[in-house]
Design a protein. Sequence first.
Length: 97
Amino acid sequence: MRKDVLARRYLVSGRVQGVGFRNYVEHIAEKLGVGGYVRNRRDGSVEVYAMGSAEQLNKLGSALERGPMLSQVSDVREEPDCPDEKYRNNFIIELTI
């Protein structure tokens, strides 16, 4: 894996389930060329794991703060993570945890 590939985990809170948030994130990630996944959490938040360049991840983070039209994002927590080769070239919607 290239050294310039970074990984971040985001936890998005607010009205982010039942409003197309996962599809929105998948679309943005694919447009940016970011690998990873998005999934709902049982507590009502959405978790996003993403891999890409610093610029790609900054753009994704900004998109997460906006969210799709019907969402109301109240908080986005971001933390560094380790790149995972299995998400290198694809972004998927995973099952709720």
